[in-house]
Structures are given as structure tokens and as C-alpha cells.
Design a protein. Structure first.
Length: 83
């Protein structure tokens, strides 16, 4: 059983070396590509309310709001050539 495993591993290793030899002898070319996208969104709110003296008294109210949104994307390509 161990002999069969050893013969199989040796055959696979030899086939890998034979397949890699022509690729190592020639120039190689390739392209690296990538892309990305991002989006961010946020909000902030603050409020204040004050009532003095019942339904006919002094009433004060204040509110602040803020909203922001950003978005971006990129794409790159790199041409690779080796010797």
C-alpha cells in the first residue's frame, strides 16, 4: 500500500515538472485587474424643547439636523510581462 502511494506521488511530481518546464522557458504575460466601490451615509439630529407655565406659558424649541453621504469607486489594470 505504501509503495503504491509513493509511486503515485512520484508520477504526479514528474508530471508537474514536465508541465512546468515549457512555461519556465518562455516569456510570460498576464494582467492584474481590480475594482472597488464604497458608500457611506450618516445623519445627526439634536433637539431641545422647554415649556414654562402650562399651555399658555413660554415655549422654546430648537432643532439641528445634519446629513452626509459619500460615494466612490475605482478600477485598475496592470499589464505584467516577465522574462
Amino acid at each position: 500500500m505504501l509503495r503504491r502511494i509513493a509511486i503515485t506521488l512520484a508520477t504526479v511530481a514528474a508530471a508537474g515538472i514536465v508541465a512546468a518546464a515549457p512555461a519556465a522557458a518562455n516569456d510570460w504575460e498576464g494582467v492584474t485587474e481590480g475594482a472597488g466601490y464604497q458608500k457611506i451615509e450618516g445623519a445627526r439630529e439634536a433637539g431641545e424643547y422647554l415649556n414654562l407655565g402650562g399651555p399658555y406659558g413660554i415655549t422654546y424649541g430648537k432643532q439641528k439636523k445634519a446629513h452626509f453621504e459619500g460615494e466612490g469607486g475605482y478600477y485598475y489594470t496592470q499589464y505584467l510581462h516577465g522574462n
